[in-house]
Design a protein around this ligand. Sequence first.
Ligand code: 5RP
Length: 223
Amino acid sequence: MSLEKQNAARTAVDQIEDGMLVGLGTGSTAAFAISYLGEKVRSGLTISAIPTSEASKKQAQSEGIPLIDFETSPSIDLCIDGADEIDSELNMIKGGGGALLREKIVASSAKRYLIIIDSSKQVETLGTFPLPVEVIPFGWQVVSRKLKEMNASPELRKSGPQPFVTDEGNYILDCRFNSILEVEQLETELNRIPGVVENGLFVAMCDQMIMGKGDQVILKERR
Ligand code: 5RP
């Protein structure tokens, strides 16, 4: 799986051109991309980047990748990120690494959004991977009850004995749904619950999927 991730990451980074503002994703596959991008920057590629998490920011800084923020430029040329599940329409579940909120903001500002995955991430129907829902800490129990009424089985994500806290200071409820058929509807419904900040359904956002499969790389554009 690691080779598949590396091949997908390298193929995506090869699409980065001089002068671009690049969105840097989060997770083990995105980490390969940041590392390859670092190599290219040290060899003379001139880009700037906006990371989607504190972890990716730290890695990018250690690679010598110049970072800016949205105050300098609100629009990203190319964003590269991983996914936890992706279906044939290129809709996704993200947030396994807890960075879904910043990831969705960065992706929504990108002219082109590339998703890099290994072959285990491709699914027929989303929902085997528990859907992360980011909530503010106050009243998370209320949100959890409402999610149960929507036939989900939410579980508060933990980091040891304590709740896991996102880069934005929120909690995550990992929600098991049997399978998610109405992705767009569910994404909207979840975000209407008071206390929900964002959820990990990324619908009609991915422009190109880059999947490592064995020693091949498979590309798929969103229709
Ligand atoms: C982090 C994410 C990641 O993109 C997702 O969890 C995939 O991670 P990995 O590349 O390690 O499999 O959404 O919030």
